[in-house]
Design a protein around this ligand. Structure first.
Ligand code: CA
Length: 398
Protein backbone atom coordinates (compact mmCIF):
# COMPACT_ATOMS: atom_id res chain seq x y z
CA UNK A 1 0.00 0.00 0.00
CA UNK A 2 1.34 3.38 -0.97
CA UNK A 3 1.96 6.05 1.60
CA UNK A 4 -1.14 8.26 1.15
CA UNK A 5 0.78 11.61 1.04
CA UNK A 6 0.75 12.98 -2.46
CA UNK A 7 -0.97 9.93 -3.85
CA UNK A 8 -4.06 10.17 -1.68
CA UNK A 9 -5.89 6.99 -0.85
CA UNK A 10 -6.88 4.94 -3.86
CA UNK A 11 -10.62 4.84 -4.30
CA UNK A 12 -11.48 7.70 -1.94
CA UNK A 13 -13.83 10.16 -3.56
CA UNK A 14 -13.82 13.61 -1.93
CA UNK A 15 -16.49 16.16 -2.78
CA UNK A 16 -15.67 18.12 -5.93
CA UNK A 17 -13.76 21.34 -5.25
CA UNK A 18 -15.16 24.28 -7.16
CA UNK A 19 -12.29 26.76 -7.37
CA UNK A 20 -8.96 25.54 -6.10
CA UNK A 21 -8.41 23.53 -2.95
CA UNK A 22 -9.36 24.86 0.48
CA UNK A 23 -6.65 24.56 3.17
CA UNK A 24 -6.21 20.96 4.20
CA UNK A 25 -7.96 19.59 1.15
CA UNK A 26 -6.34 18.20 -1.96
CA UNK A 27 -7.67 17.93 -5.42
CA UNK A 28 -7.27 14.53 -7.01
CA UNK A 29 -6.44 13.26 -10.46
CA UNK A 30 -9.51 11.51 -11.83
CA UNK A 31 -8.42 10.75 -15.41
CA UNK A 32 -5.28 10.65 -17.51
CA UNK A 33 -6.05 10.72 -21.21
CA UNK A 34 -3.14 9.83 -23.50
CA UNK A 35 -3.89 10.47 -27.15
CA UNK A 36 -2.61 11.10 -30.63
CA UNK A 37 -3.66 14.19 -32.50
CA UNK A 38 -3.86 13.20 -36.15
CA UNK A 39 -2.92 16.16 -38.37
CA UNK A 40 -3.72 14.30 -41.56
CA UNK A 41 -2.15 11.86 -43.96
CA UNK A 42 1.62 11.86 -44.23
CA UNK A 43 2.08 14.07 -41.18
CA UNK A 44 3.61 13.16 -37.86
CA UNK A 45 0.99 12.85 -35.16
CA UNK A 46 1.38 14.74 -31.90
CA UNK A 47 1.42 12.82 -28.62
CA UNK A 48 -0.58 14.74 -26.04
CA UNK A 49 -1.93 14.02 -22.60
CA UNK A 50 -4.77 15.60 -20.67
CA UNK A 51 -5.00 15.21 -16.92
CA UNK A 52 -8.41 15.76 -15.36
CA UNK A 53 -9.30 16.35 -11.72
CA UNK A 54 -12.22 16.20 -9.34
CA UNK A 55 -12.04 20.02 -9.19
CA UNK A 56 -13.02 20.32 -12.84
CA UNK A 57 -9.69 21.84 -13.93
CA UNK A 58 -7.49 20.00 -16.37
CA UNK A 59 -4.05 20.34 -17.93
CA UNK A 60 -2.54 19.58 -21.31
CA UNK A 61 0.93 18.18 -21.94
CA UNK A 62 2.98 17.00 -24.88
CA UNK A 63 5.61 14.30 -25.38
CA UNK A 64 8.42 14.26 -27.93
CA UNK A 65 6.85 13.27 -31.29
CA UNK A 66 9.50 10.77 -32.38
CA UNK A 67 7.67 7.92 -34.19
CA UNK A 68 4.43 9.79 -33.38
CA UNK A 69 5.26 9.66 -29.67
CA UNK A 70 3.56 6.26 -29.52
CA UNK A 71 6.07 4.77 -27.10
CA UNK A 72 5.54 7.66 -24.67
CA UNK A 73 1.75 7.27 -24.90
CA UNK A 74 2.05 3.58 -24.05
CA UNK A 75 4.24 4.36 -21.03
CA UNK A 76 1.71 6.96 -19.86
CA UNK A 77 -1.32 4.73 -20.38
CA UNK A 78 0.18 1.43 -19.27
CA UNK A 79 2.59 2.43 -16.52
CA UNK A 80 1.96 5.95 -15.25
CA UNK A 81 -1.82 6.27 -15.27
CA UNK A 82 -2.48 3.66 -12.55
CA UNK A 83 -0.04 5.59 -10.33
CA UNK A 84 -1.51 8.99 -11.11
CA UNK A 85 -5.18 8.29 -10.42
CA UNK A 86 -5.97 9.73 -6.99
CA UNK A 87 -2.70 11.70 -6.77
CA UNK A 88 -2.63 15.37 -5.80
CA UNK A 89 -1.79 17.05 -9.14
CA UNK A 90 -0.38 20.16 -7.47
CA UNK A 91 2.80 18.31 -6.44
CA UNK A 92 4.54 17.72 -9.79
CA UNK A 93 8.08 17.38 -8.44
CA UNK A 94 7.15 14.55 -6.10
CA UNK A 95 5.02 12.88 -8.76
CA UNK A 96 7.89 13.03 -11.23
CA UNK A 97 10.41 11.47 -8.88
CA UNK A 98 7.99 8.64 -8.03
CA UNK A 99 7.19 7.97 -11.68
CA UNK A 100 10.84 8.24 -12.73
CA UNK A 101 12.01 5.58 -10.30
CA UNK A 102 9.04 3.24 -10.49
CA UNK A 103 9.75 2.03 -14.03
CA UNK A 104 13.27 3.38 -14.54
CA UNK A 105 14.43 0.27 -16.40
CA UNK A 106 12.13 1.22 -19.29
CA UNK A 107 14.28 4.35 -19.61
CA UNK A 108 15.51 6.57 -18.24
CA UNK A 109 16.06 8.18 -21.66
CA UNK A 110 14.10 8.61 -24.89
CA UNK A 111 10.38 7.84 -24.82
CA UNK A 112 10.41 7.36 -21.06
CA UNK A 113 11.66 10.90 -20.45
CA UNK A 114 9.14 12.12 -23.07
CA UNK A 115 6.31 10.49 -21.11
CA UNK A 116 7.50 12.16 -17.90
CA UNK A 117 7.67 15.46 -19.77
CA UNK A 118 4.09 15.23 -21.04
CA UNK A 119 2.79 14.51 -17.53
CA UNK A 120 4.80 17.32 -15.97
CA UNK A 121 3.74 19.93 -18.55
CA UNK A 122 0.09 18.92 -18.06
CA UNK A 123 0.45 19.18 -14.26
CA UNK A 124 1.91 22.71 -14.49
CA UNK A 125 -0.81 23.79 -16.90
CA UNK A 126 -3.37 22.34 -14.51
CA UNK A 127 -1.74 23.98 -11.50
CA UNK A 128 -1.84 27.37 -13.18
CA UNK A 129 -5.51 26.95 -14.01
CA UNK A 130 -6.30 25.77 -10.47
CA UNK A 131 -4.55 28.78 -8.96
CA UNK A 132 -5.67 31.26 -11.62
CA UNK A 133 -2.06 32.14 -12.54
CA UNK A 134 0.11 31.82 -15.63
CA UNK A 135 2.84 29.18 -15.45
CA UNK A 136 5.57 31.80 -15.91
CA UNK A 137 4.51 33.35 -12.61
CA UNK A 138 4.50 30.00 -10.79
CA UNK A 139 8.06 29.41 -12.04
CA UNK A 140 9.29 32.48 -10.20
CA UNK A 141 8.35 35.24 -12.62
CA UNK A 142 9.19 36.46 -16.10
CA UNK A 143 12.35 38.42 -16.84
CA UNK A 144 10.61 39.39 -20.07
CA UNK A 145 7.19 38.63 -21.51
CA UNK A 146 7.94 39.64 -25.08
CA UNK A 147 10.26 36.93 -26.25
CA UNK A 148 12.46 37.18 -29.33
CA UNK A 149 12.94 33.98 -31.31
CA UNK A 150 15.46 32.45 -33.65
CA UNK A 151 14.46 30.90 -36.95
CA UNK A 152 15.38 27.22 -36.85
CA UNK A 153 15.72 26.32 -40.52
CA UNK A 154 16.13 22.63 -41.34
CA UNK A 155 16.99 20.67 -44.46
CA UNK A 156 19.93 22.73 -45.71
CA UNK A 157 22.19 19.73 -46.37
CA UNK A 158 20.06 18.86 -49.40
CA UNK A 159 19.70 22.40 -50.76
CA UNK A 160 21.96 24.31 -53.12
CA UNK A 161 23.66 27.47 -51.85
CA UNK A 162 21.04 29.59 -53.63
CA UNK A 163 18.16 27.56 -52.26
CA UNK A 164 19.50 27.97 -48.71
CA UNK A 165 19.63 31.75 -49.20
CA UNK A 166 16.06 31.87 -50.56
CA UNK A 167 14.71 29.94 -47.59
CA UNK A 168 16.56 32.20 -45.15
CA UNK A 169 15.18 35.27 -46.95
CA UNK A 170 11.61 33.97 -46.56
CA UNK A 171 12.17 33.41 -42.86
CA UNK A 172 13.55 36.91 -42.29
CA UNK A 173 10.08 38.26 -43.03
CA UNK A 174 8.88 36.81 -39.69
CA UNK A 175 11.38 39.00 -37.84
CA UNK A 176 13.69 36.52 -36.11
CA UNK A 177 16.40 37.84 -33.79
CA UNK A 178 18.76 35.14 -35.08
CA UNK A 179 18.86 32.46 -37.77
CA UNK A 180 20.10 28.90 -37.35
CA UNK A 181 20.83 26.81 -40.42
CA UNK A 182 20.44 23.08 -39.81
CA UNK A 183 21.94 20.45 -42.06
CA UNK A 184 19.93 17.40 -40.91
CA UNK A 185 22.86 15.18 -41.77
CA UNK A 186 22.66 11.46 -42.46
CA UNK A 187 23.79 10.21 -39.07
CA UNK A 188 25.39 7.12 -40.62
CA UNK A 189 27.75 9.23 -42.77
CA UNK A 190 30.56 11.68 -41.92
CA UNK A 191 31.99 14.81 -43.50
CA UNK A 192 29.97 14.33 -46.69
CA UNK A 193 30.51 17.84 -48.10
CA UNK A 194 32.62 20.04 -45.85
CA UNK A 195 33.43 22.68 -48.54
CA UNK A 196 29.75 22.79 -49.55
CA UNK A 197 28.59 23.26 -45.95
CA UNK A 198 31.13 26.05 -45.42
CA UNK A 199 30.02 27.70 -48.68
CA UNK A 200 26.41 27.75 -47.42
CA UNK A 201 27.49 29.24 -44.09
CA UNK A 202 29.43 31.92 -45.98
CA UNK A 203 26.55 32.72 -48.35
CA UNK A 204 24.10 33.13 -45.46
CA UNK A 205 26.52 35.47 -43.68
CA UNK A 206 26.80 37.57 -46.84
CA UNK A 207 23.01 37.61 -47.19
CA UNK A 208 22.22 38.83 -43.65
CA UNK A 209 25.21 41.15 -43.16
CA UNK A 210 28.02 41.12 -40.63
CA UNK A 211 26.05 41.94 -37.49
CA UNK A 212 23.10 39.57 -37.69
CA UNK A 213 23.38 36.64 -35.22
CA UNK A 214 23.74 33.24 -36.90
CA UNK A 215 24.06 29.68 -35.65
CA UNK A 216 25.04 26.50 -37.46
CA UNK A 217 23.71 23.01 -36.68
CA UNK A 218 25.44 20.03 -38.29
CA UNK A 219 23.00 17.55 -36.70
CA UNK A 220 25.84 15.18 -35.80
CA UNK A 221 27.37 15.18 -39.29
CA UNK A 222 31.10 15.47 -38.69
CA UNK A 223 34.20 13.68 -37.49
CA UNK A 224 36.28 15.56 -34.92
CA UNK A 225 38.63 16.76 -37.68
CA UNK A 226 35.77 17.74 -39.98
CA UNK A 227 34.07 19.61 -37.15
CA UNK A 228 37.22 21.57 -36.35
CA UNK A 229 37.62 22.56 -40.01
CA UNK A 230 34.01 23.77 -40.27
CA UNK A 231 34.18 25.37 -36.81
CA UNK A 232 37.21 27.49 -37.80
CA UNK A 233 35.29 28.77 -40.83
CA UNK A 234 32.30 29.59 -38.61
CA UNK A 235 34.59 31.52 -36.27
CA UNK A 236 35.83 33.63 -39.17
CA UNK A 237 32.24 34.20 -40.26
CA UNK A 238 31.23 35.33 -36.77
CA UNK A 239 28.67 32.62 -36.03
CA UNK A 240 27.31 32.58 -32.45
CA UNK A 241 27.26 28.82 -31.93
CA UNK A 242 28.14 25.50 -33.58
CA UNK A 243 25.52 22.89 -32.71
CA UNK A 244 25.97 19.11 -32.45
CA UNK A 245 29.13 18.93 -34.59
CA UNK A 246 29.65 15.23 -33.75
CA UNK A 247 27.53 12.26 -32.69
CA UNK A 248 25.68 13.12 -29.50
CA UNK A 249 26.93 10.02 -27.67
CA UNK A 250 30.62 10.76 -28.37
CA UNK A 251 31.10 13.02 -25.39
CA UNK A 252 34.90 12.80 -25.65
CA UNK A 253 34.67 14.04 -29.24
CA UNK A 254 32.72 17.07 -28.05
CA UNK A 255 35.54 17.69 -25.59
CA UNK A 256 38.13 17.66 -28.39
CA UNK A 257 36.07 19.94 -30.66
CA UNK A 258 35.26 22.39 -27.87
CA UNK A 259 38.91 22.51 -26.79
CA UNK A 260 40.11 23.21 -30.34
CA UNK A 261 37.63 25.99 -31.13
CA UNK A 262 36.78 29.44 -29.78
CA UNK A 263 33.21 29.41 -31.10
CA UNK A 264 30.59 28.24 -28.58
CA UNK A 265 29.86 24.53 -29.10
CA UNK A 266 26.30 23.51 -28.26
CA UNK A 267 24.57 20.16 -27.67
CA UNK A 268 22.01 18.47 -25.48
CA UNK A 269 18.80 17.98 -27.47
CA UNK A 270 19.51 14.25 -27.37
CA UNK A 271 20.15 14.16 -23.64
CA UNK A 272 17.29 13.25 -21.33
CA UNK A 273 18.71 13.25 -17.85
CA UNK A 274 20.39 15.66 -15.48
CA UNK A 275 23.44 13.40 -15.52
CA UNK A 276 23.60 13.46 -19.33
CA UNK A 277 23.64 17.26 -19.33
CA UNK A 278 26.28 17.23 -16.60
CA UNK A 279 28.54 15.01 -18.75
CA UNK A 280 28.27 17.43 -21.67
CA UNK A 281 29.05 20.44 -19.51
CA UNK A 282 32.03 18.72 -17.95
CA UNK A 283 33.29 17.82 -21.44
CA UNK A 284 33.41 21.54 -22.23
CA UNK A 285 30.20 22.12 -24.19
CA UNK A 286 29.43 25.86 -23.93
CA UNK A 287 25.65 25.86 -24.49
CA UNK A 288 23.34 23.03 -23.42
CA UNK A 289 20.03 22.49 -25.23
CA UNK A 290 17.71 20.12 -23.40
CA UNK A 291 14.11 20.05 -24.64
CA UNK A 292 11.04 20.48 -22.42
CA UNK A 293 9.09 17.71 -24.22
CA UNK A 294 11.99 15.27 -23.79
CA UNK A 295 13.48 16.01 -20.41
CA UNK A 296 10.80 15.85 -17.77
CA UNK A 297 8.97 19.08 -18.51
CA UNK A 298 9.36 22.15 -16.29
CA UNK A 299 10.58 20.03 -13.39
CA UNK A 300 13.32 18.23 -15.32
CA UNK A 301 14.40 21.28 -17.29
CA UNK A 302 14.42 23.42 -14.15
CA UNK A 303 16.99 21.14 -12.55
CA UNK A 304 19.13 21.33 -15.69
CA UNK A 305 18.92 25.13 -15.69
CA UNK A 306 20.20 25.23 -12.11
CA UNK A 307 23.03 22.87 -13.04
CA UNK A 308 24.01 24.96 -16.07
CA UNK A 309 23.96 28.13 -13.98
CA UNK A 310 26.20 26.54 -11.36
CA UNK A 311 28.75 25.80 -14.10
CA UNK A 312 28.35 29.20 -15.78
CA UNK A 313 27.11 27.56 -18.98
CA UNK A 314 24.19 28.89 -21.05
CA UNK A 315 21.03 26.82 -21.37
CA UNK A 316 19.16 27.49 -24.60
CA UNK A 317 16.36 24.94 -24.86
CA UNK A 318 15.77 22.95 -28.01
CA UNK A 319 12.09 23.06 -29.01
CA UNK A 320 10.40 22.44 -32.33
CA UNK A 321 6.77 21.54 -31.51
CA UNK A 322 4.52 24.43 -32.54
CA UNK A 323 1.82 24.58 -29.89
CA UNK A 324 1.99 22.99 -26.42
CA UNK A 325 5.74 22.30 -26.48
CA UNK A 326 6.55 25.74 -27.87
CA UNK A 327 4.30 27.54 -25.37
CA UNK A 328 5.65 25.56 -22.42
CA UNK A 329 9.15 26.44 -23.60
CA UNK A 330 8.28 30.15 -23.79
CA UNK A 331 7.02 30.13 -20.19
CA UNK A 332 10.23 28.40 -19.19
CA UNK A 333 12.67 30.70 -20.99
CA UNK A 334 10.77 33.77 -19.77
CA UNK A 335 11.58 32.69 -16.23
CA UNK A 336 15.12 31.49 -16.98
CA UNK A 337 17.69 33.45 -15.02
CA UNK A 338 20.32 35.29 -17.09
CA UNK A 339 18.92 34.01 -20.37
CA UNK A 340 20.17 36.14 -23.24
CA UNK A 341 19.56 33.99 -26.33
CA UNK A 342 16.33 33.98 -28.35
CA UNK A 343 13.94 31.01 -28.16
CA UNK A 344 13.95 28.37 -30.87
CA UNK A 345 11.05 28.54 -33.36
CA UNK A 346 10.57 25.95 -36.05
CA UNK A 347 7.94 27.97 -37.87
CA UNK A 348 4.17 28.23 -38.02
CA UNK A 349 2.18 25.11 -38.80
CA UNK A 350 -1.33 26.21 -39.75
CA UNK A 351 -2.62 22.67 -39.51
CA UNK A 352 -2.04 22.72 -35.73
CA UNK A 353 -3.48 26.22 -35.20
CA UNK A 354 -6.97 24.97 -35.87
CA UNK A 355 -7.32 23.22 -32.49
CA UNK A 356 -6.62 26.46 -30.57
CA UNK A 357 -8.78 29.56 -30.30
CA UNK A 358 -5.63 31.68 -30.07
CA UNK A 359 -2.85 30.24 -32.25
CA UNK A 360 0.69 30.71 -30.99
CA UNK A 361 2.26 33.19 -33.41
CA UNK A 362 4.93 35.87 -33.14
CA UNK A 363 3.88 39.53 -33.37
CA UNK A 364 6.52 41.90 -34.76
CA UNK A 365 9.23 39.31 -34.15
CA UNK A 366 8.20 38.50 -30.56
CA UNK A 367 6.06 35.95 -28.77
CA UNK A 368 4.02 37.61 -26.05
CA UNK A 369 3.10 35.79 -22.86
CA UNK A 370 -0.30 36.70 -21.44
CA UNK A 371 -1.71 36.63 -17.91
CA UNK A 372 -4.04 33.75 -18.79
CA UNK A 373 -3.90 30.88 -16.27
CA UNK A 374 -1.73 27.83 -16.93
CA UNK A 375 -0.06 27.76 -20.33
CA UNK A 376 -2.73 30.16 -21.60
CA UNK A 377 -3.75 27.92 -24.50
CA UNK A 378 -7.45 27.95 -25.32
CA UNK A 379 -8.47 24.70 -26.95
CA UNK A 380 -11.23 24.47 -29.55
CA UNK A 381 -12.64 21.25 -28.12
CA UNK A 382 -14.68 20.36 -31.19
CA UNK A 383 -11.68 20.67 -33.53
CA UNK A 384 -9.45 18.74 -31.16
CA UNK A 385 -11.99 15.95 -30.68
CA UNK A 386 -12.20 15.47 -34.46
CA UNK A 387 -8.46 14.77 -34.60
CA UNK A 388 -8.12 12.80 -31.37
CA UNK A 389 -7.20 9.12 -31.39
CA UNK A 390 -7.24 7.82 -27.82
CA UNK A 391 -4.36 5.58 -26.83
CA UNK A 392 -5.54 2.47 -25.05
CA UNK A 393 -2.91 0.25 -23.50
CA UNK A 394 -3.68 -3.42 -23.77
CA UNK A 395 -1.62 -3.86 -20.59
CA UNK A 396 -3.32 -1.18 -18.47
CA UNK A 397 -5.22 -2.21 -15.42
CA UNK A 398 -8.97 -1.80 -15.80
CA1 CA B 1 19.64 20.77 -33.32
Amino acid sequence: MRDPGVWGSMGASPSPIKAGPAPGESMKVTAVEAFHVDWGGGRNRSAWVRIRTDAGVDGLGEASPMVHGSASLEIIAGAFTPMLLGADPLQPRIIQDRLFHEHIKVGPEGAYAGALAAIDIALWDLKGKALGQPVWKLLGGAWRRELPFYASIGGNGQRTVDQVCRVVEDWLELGPAQVKIRFDADKTARDVDLPGDIAKARAVRKLVGDDFPLAFDSNNGYSVQGAIRVGRALEELGYVWFEEPVQHYHVESFAKVAAALDIAVSAGEQEYTLQGIKRLIEAGVDIVQPDIVKTGGFTGLGDMAALARAYGVDLVPHQTQPSIGHTANLHFVASLTHSHHPAEYNGPREIQDVVFKTPVRPVNGKFVLSDAPGLGLEVDEGQLEKRTIRWTSSAARA
